[in-house]
Structures are given as C-alpha cells and as structure tokens.
Ligand binder design. Structure first.
Ligand code: HEC
Length: 142
C-alpha cells in the first residue's frame, strides 16, 4: 500500500457524514436523517458515472463511444484480474485520473495543472459509484 492509499483509507474511515454532526446535536431527529444523507445509492452512482466518467469511458446503457483506448466499464468489471474492484475504489490515484480528479479532503497527487476539465468528487460519491460498479459486476461478470 502506498502512502497515498494509506492516507486515503484513513480519510474514508474518519470522514464525517453531514448527519454525523447533526446526530451529535439532535440525537432523536438524527435517526432518520442518517440513512437519508449517508447511504450510498445506485442512482447516485449511475449519475456520477454518466456525468463524470462517460466523458472518456463507455458506460452501459449510456454511451457507445468513448475516447481512444479508454477501457469500457463493462470490460473493466469483467476483468479476470483480482484487483479490478480496488482499481475503481482508488481510480483517482491511477493514471490518467490523478492529473484531473480532485477528491475533497485529499491533497493533490501531483502538482501540475490538469490537462482536461477537472472532476471534483467526495468519498461519499465514490461509495455510490461503487454501488453502481458492483451492480454492473452482478450483470456482466460470469
Ligand atoms: C479524461 C478521460 C477520463 C475520464 C473523465 C475518466 N477516465 Fe478512467 N481511464 C481513462 C483512461 C485513458 C484509462 C486507461 C488508463 C491506462 O490504460 O493506463 C482509464 C482507466 C480507468 C480505470 C482502470 C485503471 C487501471 O489502472 O487499470 C478505472 C477503474 C477508471 N478509469 C475509472 C474511472 C472512473 C470511476 C471515472 C469517473 C469518475 C473515470 N475513470 C473518468 C480516462 C478517463
């Protein structure tokens, strides 16, 4: 595990849901809002993939053309390699993304200007993206 990945894991484990602060302030009301605000959802994951990733990747039921040799999401979730899932979880640490993906709370991986429009995301959004990726894996992995 690289230092960046270790830092990222700690961030994932210690990050604050908006409702966590709320929960401390108003415990009774927070019971409902916790699920509403912190649960990752398939719909959000699908939206994020369509909005951010489909600029380059082919996403099932969304676009048919990607950029150059960018692998399609279907191809990636069908990968025989054991680490396809962890690559999605840490995609922002892998080239080319580390040049243009900014995760809230994570320092820039490289100090060069982005060569394409930046993507700004949170760890909560990555959780939803993973729900979507797991759903694709259920559909397309054999
Ligand atoms: C500007 C274009 C671009 C955008 C936007 C983009 N990607 Fe990629 N992605 C690539 C390219 C190009 C590769 C292939 C890199 C390689 O083969 O080394 C790739 C590879 C990947 C890989 C496999 C990495 C590996 O090392 O095997 C994952 C996972 C991935 N992308 C996830 C995402 C996700 C999730 C998003 C959206 C949040 C996204 N990408 C947005 C261009 C992009």
């Amino acid at each position: 595990m690289t230092i960046t990945q270790a830092f990222t894991r700690i961030n994932v484990m210690t990050r604050n849901c908006a409702s966590a602060a709320f929960a401390l302030a108003i415990p009774l009301l927070a019971l409902d809002s916790k699920a509403a605000r912190c649960e990752p959802t398939l719909d959000e994951g699908r939206d994020i993939a369509a909005r951010h990733c489909a600029r380059c990747h082919v996403i099932p039921s969304h676009n048919n053309m990607g950029i150059g040799s960018t692998p399609s999401f279907k191809l990636m979730v069908r990968s025989k390699s054991g680490d396809w899932r962890s690559k999605f979880e840490a995609f922002y640490t892998l080239p080319p993304h580390l040049n243009f993906v900014r995760i809230k709370g994570v320092p820039k991986h490289i100090d060069l200007p982005a060569v394409v429009a930046e993507i700004h995301m949170t760890f909560e959004e990555i959780d939803s993206l993973m729900v979507y990726v797991d759903d694709l894996a259920r559909q397309f992995r054999k």
